[in-house]
Design a protein around this ligand. Structure first.
Ligand SMILES: Nc1c(NC[C@H](O)[C@H](O)[C@H](O)CO)[nH]c(=O)[nH]c1=O
Ligand SMILES: CC(=O)[C@@H](O)COP(=O)(O)O
Length: 159
């Protein structure tokens, strides 16, 4: 039996980040966490590109645009969808979630889901660097591990 595991190594990788400006007081913290974690794990700062979009609903198409340039090994999607008084929350969450998963599979490219979907501002803040860690930093580590395990699978000589 062969078991594949990925290391957390960003050397030589080119990473794209798409971040929503809606709730920027949260998403800026997610972005900072992701950038700092990528650099801590060996990604060169000049190899990280950031695209800002109006809201989470615009993330999937912009991620797809990034990927079609073939400049990036993987992408991190960052946003903060916080429930309001109407059902709009549900449709935005469904759109961004389904969109990211669809683009990732269609382009065969790892896209980390760093879009917070919370009922309150406090829950969002807690997951953007306060009591519950930083989802952006978590996504950075997950992306590096995913890229490395995929590399291990592809290069394995299982003859
Ligand atoms: N309410 C939130 C939104 N709404 C905006 C949509 O994402 C989109 O930009 C608009 O519908 C135009 O297409 N976006 C968030 O990122 N977070 C929210 O809480
Ligand atoms: C997630 C949203 O779209 C939400 O912030 C919008 O608020 P509302 O449902 O009160 O219009």
């Amino acid at each position: 039996m062969t078991t594949f595991n990925g290391k957390i190594n960003g050397n030589g990788l080119k990473i794209g980040i798409v971040v929503a400006r809606f709730n920027a007081f949260v998403t800026q913290q997610l972005l900072t966490g992701a950038q700092e974690s990528l650099v801590q794990h060996g990604v060169n700062e000049t190899d990280i590109d950031v695209a800002w979009v109006p809201g989470a609903f615009e993330i999937p198409l912009t991620v797809q645009k990034m990927i079609t340039t073939k400049r990036y090994d993987g992408v991190i999607a960052l946003g903060a969808v916080i429930r309001g008084a109407t059902a709009h929350f549900d449709y935005v969450c469904r759109g961004v979630t389904t969109g990211i998963a669809t683009v990732s599979l269609a382009t065969d490219t790892p896209i980390m889901f760093g879009v917070l979907t919370t009922d309150t501002i406090e829950q969002a803040m807690d997951r953007a660097g306060f009591k519950s860690g930083n989802k952006g930093a978590d996504c950075a580590v997950s992306l590096l591990e995913t890229l490395d395990v995929q590399r291990a699978i592809l290069k394995a000589d299982l003859a």
